[in-house]
Ligand binder design. Sequence first.
Ligand SMILES: [Zn+2]
Length: 90
Amino acid sequence: MKLLRPGQKALRSGQYAMCDPSGGKIKEVTLTKGEPFPRTEKPGQGYQWVDATLDESVELDDDIGSGMDCMFCGGGLSMDGSCLKCGKQN
Ligand SMILES: [Zn+2]
């Protein structure tokens, strides 16, 4: 059982489970990407990835469009300038 060590930085935001060396879950903690794992209660304990936070999926959705707004409806534009909401060409 490979566990992430306290002090090691989280590679992605989400929920992690604090585990004992055999993988038994002690409690869950939520970490932001780049944040170090907190100290464990006892030596040998570590962390395991549980689940992504909702924030991360929102970020991914934002990356689909061009970042511009439709001049007709205010919806997001795709890379070719067509509106993702009303379909009109901008
Ligand atoms: Zn539109």
